[in-house]
Structures are given as C-alpha cells and as structure tokens.
Design a protein around this ligand. Structure first.
Ligand SMILES: Nc1ncnc2c1ncn2[C@@H]1O[C@H](COP(=O)(O)OP(=O)(O)OP(=O)(O)O)[C@@H](O)[C@H]1O
Length: 924
C-alpha cells in the first residue's frame, strides 16, 4: 500500500468502510483549485491552521486513503497465457503434436502435462516474486508533515485528506495535489511532465490563463521538492490527483531482467538447442539400432523434453524473490530483484558517517569560549553568562522540534536537537513557539556552505545568528567576546587557539560547531542577501558533541573486510573527526587516509584513480554531495561494484549511478529514497553487510540448483547413447515416460529446496565474485556433467546391466514383450529409473555446499530438502509398486535384494564429490 508512485498498491481494496467511490469522486472533482484562496478555503471547509483530527478522520472515510490503487484482477489471464507462448513451451507443444501423430498418444499427453505443469509453476512463481517486491512498500511507510488542530505533526501520507495544510520542504516527495499558501518551492516535475528542468512554484494570485500543470502556485502528487519550504492546502488526494488521473498507475517496481536471469536464459537456450540436436540425431541412430520409426520418434521427443531445462528460469526468479523478502525482514528493502545478485558482488562500500556509522544521537559535551572551557558531562552547573549566551544563540538558530509528549524523540536535525537540549541544561531553554514567532528569515543549512543563519527579532532589535563548521563561520566573523564580555578583534593568537581546540576535539571524534551572532542597528531591514547577512559577526565560541558509533558497526566492518570489501567514508564532517570515528569502528586497518574536499577538488582524475587504486580505505571529509558522484564514477571505471549511501537531495545522482544506491529509511529524504536501489529501514551500516551476505547466498544457491538440475541430464542421456552405440544389442535402459517422471515428479522439489539453503560457512570469507563471472561457469559444468553426472551414469548403467546379467541375459538377447527375459528387462529399467532417483539424492546433498564439507553444515539443516527427498521417495515407490502406474511407466516391482544394489548410490555420488571438495580445500 503506497502513497507515492514508486510502488503501487497491488491488492484490490476490500475494506468494509471503503468509501463510496462515486461520492468520493464527486467530492474530489468539485474543488476548483484556482479560485481565490479565501474561496478555496471555504470550498474545502478548512483554514490556515488546518483541519481538526476528527474532521480529518471523517474525511478519510469519505475520500478514501491517499493511495493509488491498481487493478490487478484482470492482469493475470494475460500473464498466464504468456507462459504458454514462451518459445520453450511452443517447442514442447510441437513435440506433443509430433508424438500424437507419430503414434504415441500417451507421450503426447505426458508432454502436454509437462507444458501445463510448467506454465502453472512458472506463473505462480512469477506472481509470487512480483508480489514480494510490491509488498515491500509496506516496509517503507511514508510520512508527511501537516497542521492538524493548529499543531504541526507527522502523519502517514496515506491519511492525508483534502483540506489538510501540508508542509513541503526540501527532499520531500509531494504526495497530493495542493495549492501553495505560503513560501516557495523548487520542484522536479519530471515524473509528471517529463520536463527535467526544475520549476519554481510559490504563493501568489491565482492565474487562470495557464494550464493546470504550469500554474505558478499549484503542486502535484508525484513531483519532488528540491529546494525551499512552503505551506500548502491539499486539494486532491489518491486517485483524484493529476497523477491518479493521468493513470501513471501502471508504474510498477522495475522488473527488468537481472544479469543472472539473462545468463540463465542464454544457457537455457543453448541447452535447449543441444537437446533438440541430440534428439533429432537420435532419430536415424535409433532406427538403425532396431527401433521402429514410431518408437524412435517418441524417444527423440523424450530426450528433448527431458533435457530442455524449462523450470530453471522461474526457479531463479523465485530464489531472487525469496532473497528480496528475506532482506526486507532484515531491514533492507530492495526495489529490483536484480539488486540481490548485484549486492553479492559488491567490492566497495562508500558510506557516510553521521547516522550510518554513528547513532545520530548527538549530545553536547564540550563548550569552548575565549579563555574558558567547560565539560558539560562533568560540570553540574555552568555559571557563565557567555556560555549561556553561546547555548541560547545556538539553540535559537535552529528549526528542529524538541521532544514533546506526543513525539518523544523530537523531530529535525539531531545536531540541532542536541543544541536545544544544551540550552535546556544551561537553563536558557528556547521554546519552539517563541523561537518561530521571533523568526524573520532563515538562511537554511547548506551542504556546501556548511552553515546556517537565522534573523530573529529580540526585544525590538534584529539579531543574526549563525552556526556551522568552524572554517566556514570564521571567515564571517571579525571579533570575539573576551572573558570580560568585551569585543576583541580576531587575532592570530585566537585563531591558533581555535584551531588547536578544534583538532583536540576532533581527535576524540567530536563534531564541532562554531556559533556567532550580530545585532543589527535600529531601523535596519531584515537582510535578504545571505553573504551580507553572514558578515561582520562576533564569534561566541565552539560547541562539541559526541555521536557514538552504532553498536554492531565494528563487527560489520570486520565482516566486510573478511569478505574482501573495502569501505570508504564520504562525509560532510571535519576530516579528523570522521577519521577518529572510522578508527573506532575498525576502518582503515591496513591503511587509512584523509582526503579533504578542497584537496579532492584539486585532484586530477588520474590522481584520484591512483589514490582509489591503492589499498587504503579513505575518509573523504568536508566533501560536497556532488563529489560523491565523481568518486563513484572513478571507482566504477576501475571495475569495482559500488554500494553508495546517501540521504540528501543532492545525493540522488550518486545513488542512481552507483551499482547499489543505498538510502536511509528513517532519516533520508524522499528524493534519496526514490533514487536508491535499496533503502535501509534501520539506517544502519551493518544492514548493508547483511544485504551483501544475503546477495552472496542467493547467488550461491542459484548455482546449487543449476548444478543439481544439470547433473541429472547425464544419467538420462547415457542410457540412450549406450543403446544406440551398441546397435540395439543392449536394450533401452529407460523408457521415455520414466524420464518424464524424473523430470516432473522427482526433480522439482529438491531443486526448489536447494534455493532455500542457508549460507555456506566461509561464504563471507571469500573475495567478492568478479562482476563478469557467470553463474554457469566451466567449473560448474565439469562438476555437474563429469563428476556428479558421470559417476551417476556409471552407477546407473552398472545397476541396469547387473540386473539383466543376473537374470541370465547376454548382449543381443531379445527382451521384448512375450520373451522369457521380458520381466527381468522391466525390472532392469526400473533399477535404472530408481538408480537415477538414488543418484539425484546424492547429488542434492553434494550440491548443498560449494567448497565446505557437508558435515560442517550438518546433514539435516535444510528441512525443505528432507521433505523434498521424502516426496521423491514416495513418488518413486508409487511408480514402481502400484499396478496402474506400472502399466503407464513400464516399471515392475523389484525385490529388496535388487533394491540393495542401488541403496548405496546416494552415498557414493555424494562421497566422490565430498572427496573432490576435500582435495580442493587442501590444494588451496
Ligand atoms: N544543522 C546544522 N547547522 C549548522 N551547521 C551544521 C548543521 N549540521 C551540520 N553542520 C555543519 O556542517 C558540517 C557537515 O554536516 P553534514 O550534515 O553535511 O555532514 P554529516 O552529516 O556529518 O555527514 P554525513 O552524514 O555525510 O556523514 C558539520 O560538520 C557541521 O559542522
């Protein structure tokens, strides 16, 4: 259920208190958003202080939730039909037609069953995968800021109703159509109009001449705010918005094919072509070996059907979807299935510091003033008027909302919350209402300037208050307050003192803010020019705050290092502060380097490449968000797979450009969340490493079932080869329907179960897989076809020949119906069939690990596999021992002594593979 178009509600709504759509539509249609504001307020029965909670609740029932709903009901028949028009399904259908007219109706029916089962299976899996991704929206609740009962509060965006006063600020995604009543905004309208240039919208007289989307004071759902702040009155919500109307409703989570799926699709095709060639070639050989044409055709069809790996793709899609679901539970919401596999090959993580490596819960611990210093954690009372003025000024220069009973954590920038708390501790508390009432202008925090300023009226005079990074505030100051409260010029001695203090605090990992102020002369106007306002200030002092590393980050960093992943920090904070935090969490254990923003700007591209190619982990400090894009590009050009975090509007290009853009679910902006591939619902760095782990596991599991499915082809094909090569002297060891029984009945569940295998030990102790490395490589094919398949084929053929030989058969003896050896022949083919099943069980256990021994993960740790094997055994027993199935599949009951021949097969197949893995482990 979503409010924004990036994900759209997939399930038809069936709420009992569902509003009458016609009524709601009427209500939504009847407002003319371009009427003069007073009239619009009248029409919407609202005012500048917003609706009451009660009225809002009532309107929610009338208008319905502010969501875009998509009708899914009618989509599925087309998707199901699509499964039958897949090239592989058409190939099989051709085979069925051939079988029918070739005189093998039973085979034709069986092939049609294969087609139906496969299509149904693929359909269900794809629907599940899609639902998994769409359901993720629930993990990303969107909130929005409104005035209700005159108080600003955060509500779920889906609860927004017409008449609400909605406050839109930089980074927000506009989640309803609204008219601006105060302030101005820079908007990105590209989602709605395709226009990539940002547009400015501000309060003003309504203009009836322009088109709705171009109206200077209207904003629309689906656009994003890239700058400014404004109050607006909501005119339309949900399906009544322009976005709802234009029905950009088909917008869905991107379902483009992942590289993994593309690779497997290609491999599937190659194998299908090989299967067809082998099948067609078998035709003349079969006739030559003594089969009639009809039997030869049916066998070649059987060979084709058996070897076309039609179930592979949907199984992979499902494994990726299971990975997506698992990640969402663990705090990482990914927006594309393909992201799961990209995560697994991540080689570099570029992370910001505040809030990702650290808790983002700041607390002021130090105050510095010319000639005085206080440790606020040990000093119980600070009795210094200059210190109090410092704290009061810093707290007044904020926009954050301190904690209230309703919102115990407060809202806004944690740096500012720490300053509000400091003022309270020093008994100079600033109330948000008083602060906002005195406010005449704000020069917002700017990520490039790294400072912010406010102009406030204080006892009839205007005061400019500035806070920010020392190196950006200092050039705006030309004096300080000395210990006696007199103004002193900022001389070299004080500058040196300030620098020493800054470095001392930074070495402890503290974030340092300089605070300055200036009182305007009587009669001076509120300055509109930022540069002019932020000049001639008096420096009051420094405040330093701790923001401790998050629990678990150090362990995650160590895990990432073991997994061969390098981590660079890209932060707006001061270099030594960031470097100390980096040290505390274990970054740069093999070399750490600080590159400051201005140094980075001076570096040529090749110099940057050289630095990045070295083994150091780098702290890029005081960098602008734009520099993230440059670093990301440089890393990708070196062939790295980059995961990049970001939370601001300006981070969006870098997030889009990285292989995995990671945004913060809690603290980030909507714009960053929109641009990212993965959103961390807990904002925690450790979750990125968890996601990499999950990505690796999903990739490894896909290899496991590909191995398993490929391996069984050999014991199925070899019997045919032996029959053909012997010129019919060795009778066919396997019937066509037995092959289909294996393909349809016994193979599928264990393959699916392998997709749910827990991570193999040591998976995160290996270097990342190269981006170009395919899921199906030579090593996998050798292991599947030569090792597991080869051993199985030898065993199965051995069992078959041994059974025949024990019954007194010699090569060339007739075994057809009515001959004395016929029953023994049926038993021997049954042994081939059961032998392949036994070898599959061994293969499944072998495939569970790629390098490790099965004993290290435990024999019974994959319950799904055990159930799959149990089903496989029951199915096989039914085929062998129930008379109707015996007739269909051409089997005969076998004695316990005969079964004893195949009983050790699983252990032999698995044992040989275990030995090879052991030898490989020793070789490294
Ligand atoms: N609300 C604020 N008002 C004034 N100055 C601020 C404020 N927040 C941060 N600063 C200053 O700007 C600098 C950079 O802050 P910014 O928020 O860009 O970086 P950051 O949050 O530490 O970085 P990141 O999250 O990327 O690790 C800080 O070191 C501080 O000096």
């Amino acid at each position: 259920m979503v409010v924004f178009p990036h994900a759209v509600e997939a399930v038809p709504r069936v709420d009992v208190d569902q509003p009458d759509p016609d009524r709601a539509a009427d209500a939504g249609e009847s407002v003319d958003e371009r009427r003069p504001l007073v009239d619009l307020f009248g029409d919407l029965r609202t005012s500048r202080s917003g609706l009451s909670e009660r009225e809002a609740a009532r309107r929610l029932v009338v208008y319905g939730p502010n969501t875009l709903s998509r009708r899914t009901g009618r989509r599925w028949p087309r998707e199901l039909l699509g499964q039958f028009t897949q090239p592989l399904a058409i190939l099989l259908a051709l085979a069925a037609v051939l079988a029918w007219f070739g005189g093998s109706p039973a085979l034709a029916v069986a092939v049609v069953a294969v087609i139906l089962l496969n299509a149904g299976f693929a359909f269900v899996q794809e629907m599940q995968a899609e639902r998994a991704v769409e359901a993720l929206a629930a993990f990303l609740p969107s909130t929005t800021s409104v005035l209700r009962d005159g108080v600003r509060s955060e509500i779920a965006a889906r609860d927004l109703v017409p008449g609400d006063i909605l406050i839109i600020a930089e980074g927000d995604r506009v989640c309803a159509d609204a008219r601006i009543i105060d302030g101005s905004l820079v908007l990105d309208l590209s989602a709605l109009t395709g226009e990539s240039m940002p547009a400015t919208r501000s309060a003003g007289p309504a203009d009836a001449g322009t088109s709705l989307l171009e109206a200077p004071d209207l904003v629309f759902c689906g656009t994003t705010c890239t700058g400014g702040e404004a109050s607006t009155v909501v005119t339309r919500t949900g399906m009544h918005t322009e976005l709802g109307r234009i029905a950009a409703l088909s917008q869905r989570v991107s379902t483009e094919r992942s590289p993994l799926e593309q690779q497997v699709r290609r491999a599937t095709w190659i194998i299908a072509v090989v299967a067809v060639i082998v099948g067609v070639l078998f035709l003349p050989v079969g006739v030559w070996a003594g089969l009639g044409w009809a039997a030869a055709i049916s066998f070649s069809i059987g060979l084709i059907v058996a070897n076309v790996p039609e179930g592979l793709l949907p199984t992979i899609t499902l494994a990726l979807a299971a990975g997506v679901r698992d990640l969402a539970r663990r705090g990482a919401v990914v927006k594309r299935l393909s992201a799961v596999e990209t995560l697994g090959s991540t080689t570099v993580i570029c992370t910001d510091k505040t809030g990702t490596l650290t808790e983002n819960r700041m607390r002021v611990t130090q105050l510095w003033l010319p000639g005085a210093e206080y440790d606020t954690t040990t000093t119980t009372t600070v009795d210094d008027t200059r210190a109090k003025a410092l704290a009061a000024t810093a707290a007044a220069c904020t926009t954050a909302q301190p904690p209230t009973e309703a919102q115990t954590a407060g809202s806004g920038d944690p740096t500012e919350l720490a300053l509000l708390r400091l003022a309270e501790e020093l008994h100079v508390a600033v109330t948000p209402a008083g602060r906002d009432a005195a406010r005449r202008a704000v020069f917002h925090f700017d990520a490039h300037l790294k400072r912010m300023s406010t102009v406030d009226e204080d006892a009839g005079t205007l005061v400019i208050r500035t806070k920010g990074a020392l190196e950006t505030v200092l050039p705006c100051c030309d004096q300080v307050l000395d210990p006696q409260g007199r103004l002193q010029p900022l001389d070299d001695g004080i500058r040196l003192d300030l620098q020493h203090t800054l470095d001392r605090y930074a070495a402890r990992g503290l974030r340092v803010l300089a605070v300055a102020a200036r009182t305007l002369d009587h009669g001076q106007h509120v300055p509109t020019d930022r540069q002019q306002a932020e000049s001639g200030l008096t420096l009051l002092g420094l405040v330093a705050m701790v923001d401790p590393p998050r629990a678990g980050v150090a362990a995650a960093v160590a895990a990432a290092h073991r997994a061969g992943i390098r981590i660079h920090v890209i932060t707006g904070d001061y270099g030594p502060t960031a470097a100390e935090i980096a040290r505390q969490v274990g970054l740069g254990h093999e070399g750490r380097r600080i590159v400051a923003g201005d140094e980075l700007d001076r570096l040529t591209d090749s110099e940057l490449d050289t630095i990045l190619a070295g083994g150091d982990e780098i702290v890029f400090a005081r960098v602008s968000p734009e520099a993230k894009l440059r670093i990301c590009e440089a890393l990708r050009a070196q062939g790295e797979t980059v995961a990049m975090t970001g939370d601001g509007v300006n981070d969006a290009p870098a997030l889009r450009h990285a292989d995995i853009g990671v945004a913060m679910g809690r603290s980030g902006t909507d714009v960053a969340r929109e641009a990212a591939t993965m959103v961390l619902t807990d904002d925690n760095f450790a979750t990125i490493v968890v996601a990499v782990d999950a990505g690796r596991r999903v990739f490894a599991n896909v290899r496991k079932f590909v191995l398993y499915i490929f391996a069984h082809a050999v014991p199925e094909v070899v019997p045919f080869l032996i029959f053909a090569l012997s010129g019919g002297a060795i009778p066919l060891p396997l019937t066509v329907l037995q092959i289909l029984a294996i393909d349809l009945g016994t193979e599928t569940l264990p393959a699916l179960a392998l997709g749910r295998e827990p991570a193999e030990p040591g998976l995160m102790d290996r270097p990342p897989r190269p981006r170009a490395a395919g899921v199906i490589d030579r090593a996998l094919l050798v292991r599947a076809w030569l090792l597991l398949g080869g051993v199985s084929a030898v065993l199965v053929m051995g069992g078959y020949l041994f059974t025949l030989w024990r019954a007194g058969w010699h090569p060339g003896d007739p075994t057809g119906a009515g001959t004395p050896l016929h029953h023994a022949y049926l038993q021997a083919t049954t042994i081939t069939f059961a032998g392949i099943v036994a070898c599959q069980i061994g293969t499944a256990f072998a495939a569970r690990t790629d390098r490790a021994s099965l004993f290290t993960i435990g024999l019974f740790t994959n319950r799904f596999l055990l159930w799959g094997i149990a089903f496989e055994l029951v199915f096989t027993a039914a085929v062998i021992y129930t008379p109707p199935l015996q007739d269909i599949f051409g089997t005969a009951a076998v004695s316990p002594a005969q079964l004893a021949i195949i009983a050790p097969f699983p252990v032999v197949v698995w044992g040989v593979d275990e030995l090879v893995r052991w030898a490989r482990r020793r070789a490294v």
